[in-house]
Ligand binder design. Structure first.
Ligand code: EPU
Length: 417
């Protein structure tokens, strides 16, 4: 299994080009199932989750060509299977995003039920409830969920709680339903806004995508389009922390500055300097960052996907901070690894109390999920000595060429094969 070795202590200086957002690219790829015509995507991040989605769409009958310039050509002329297998769903939960499009176009989808994962139980009951509201029949058998319909019919759907991929799945399904659908308490994440824009460019009639109430008028077919994926706000946030924690200066290019208010605001409160220009963010570390509490929340709140990286930063801030995880019930797996590196963190239910600043010392650590891996990379950058991170396949799922990008701004990082 591949590992990363980081020698801590380098101040990061220079420019980093931010990739397209994985969590926008995955539903964008799934839209190709909604039409026999070509969907052309640009600024796709070349990360392993994208390759998994390519494999899944290929199994369903779509042609998916990924090009080195980060564009992709997708076409599902014919759908030859409506099934997402256990092997693919267990590799990537976002495989469930094919359900909405398959149900809408083929009247059937059979998808392995995702189990819990490192960060929580993560059921898909709200996706299923939504499909039922649109008239689908549901059957669960042998660990698979099957949804079927003769024709989806528009309905009013109130999500009991906000779900990102649930909103995306229902939005995609409703584009080809007959009549009008209203999604209430919908997710407002920028990735949802991006998906709505993409679907509208294919001929869908969606209003309010990216707000809590979405109106969708069903159409009989969707057509070809070209769409550019938004920048990855979590990669941006991760590099902001990398610049801040090493007390360096990084310029992040290809950034949509409006996506990031909560992370930028929080880091500024700690004393980090962040300057915003057109498509660029410049971060300079504070000599003495101060501890600031944070609670994760749906967009536009502080993203749960930035919680682990922020926790690493708080180990280097002066004072005590309380980090509350409100979205997932078990997203503190990184804390025990940070403690092994010298951090002072106490977990009390959904709260982590971090006392800083404590010097970190390099150690062998294990990555438990994507963002936990990123937090350990950040810890390795400031630790004394060498940190070796095991199970970096988690990191490769969502960060494109992270060690190349970090090395180009002065980090001492290498991959051990
Ligand atoms: N939930 C339910 N029932 C459902 C759906 C969700 O109870 O049917 C609960 C979940 O268990 C969780 C909360 O609702 O406690 C929010 O989950 P959500 O459905 O919004 O998460 P998701 O759509 O599965 C996406 C991202 C995650 C990100 C979350 C929250 C993608 C592909 N994944 O997951 O990204 O953490 O939204 O913002 O978009 C990551 O990139 O590392 C990652 C985990």
């Amino acid at each position: 299994m591949e590992k990363l070795r980081i020698r801590g202590g380098a101040k990061l200086e220079g420019k980093v080009r931010i990739s397209g957002a994985k969590n926008a690219a995955l539903p964008a790829m799934a839209t190709a199932l909604l039409t026999p015509e070509v969907v052309q995507l640009e600024r796709l991040p070349l990360v392993n989750d994208i390759l998994t989605m390519q494999k899944l769409l290929g199994d369903l009958g779509a042609d998916v060509e990924l090009h080195p310039d980060h564009s992709a050509t997708l076409q599902a002329r014919l759908i030859k299977s409506c099934e997402a297998s256990y092997d693919l769903v267990k590799t990537m939960r976002a495989s469930v995003l094919v359900m909405g499009p398959l149900l809408a176009r083929m009247g059937r989808a059979r998808v392995s039920l995702p189990g819990g994962c490192a960060i929580g139980a993560r059921p898909i009951n709200l996706h299923i409830k939504g499909f039922q509201a649109l008239g689908a029949k549901v059957r669960i058998e042998h660990g698979y969920i099957e949804v079927t319909t003769d024709q989806l019919k528009g309905a009013e759907i109130l999500f009991d709680r906000i779900t990102v991929t649930g909103t995306e799945n229902l939005m995609m399904a409703a584009t080809l339903a007959s009549g009008h659908t209203i999604l209430r308490n919908a997710a407002c994440e920028p990735e949802v806004t991006d998906l709505a824009a993409l679907l509208n460019s294919m001929g869908a009639r969606i209003e309010g995508g990216g707000t809590s109430t979405v109106h969708i008028d069903g159409v009989s077919e969707l057509h070809s389009t070209t769409h550019c994926i938004i920048p990855d706000r979590i990669e941006i946030g991760t590099f902001l922390v990398a610049g801040a924690i090493t007390n360096g200066t990084l310029e992040l290019e290809n950034v949509n500055t409006s996506l990031l208010e909560s992370t930028v605001g929080k880091l500024r409160e700690t004393g980090v300097r962040i300057d915003v220009t057109d498509n660029c963010l410049r971060v300079s570390g504070a000599k003495v960052p101060v501890a600031v509490d944070v609670g994760t929340k749906e967009y536009p709140g502080f993203a749960t996907d930035m919680q682990a990286q922020y926790m690493t930063f708080m180990t280097q801030a002066h004072g005590a901070s309380v980090i509350t995880e409100n979205i997932f019930e078990n997203r503190f797996m990184h804390a025990s690894e940070l403690i092994r590196m010298g951090a002072d963190i106490k977990i009390e239910g959904s709260r982590a109390i971090v006392r800083g600043a404590t010097p970190l010392s390099g150690a062998n650590v294990i990555a438990s999920d994507l963002r936990a891996s990123a937090s350990l990379v950040l810890a390795g950058l400031v630790a004394h000595g060498d940190t070796v991170i095991d199970r970096v396949y988690h990191l490769d799922r969502g960060y494109e060429k992270i060690e190349e990008k970090l090395r180009s701004v002065g980090a001492c990082i290498e991959r051990l094969k």
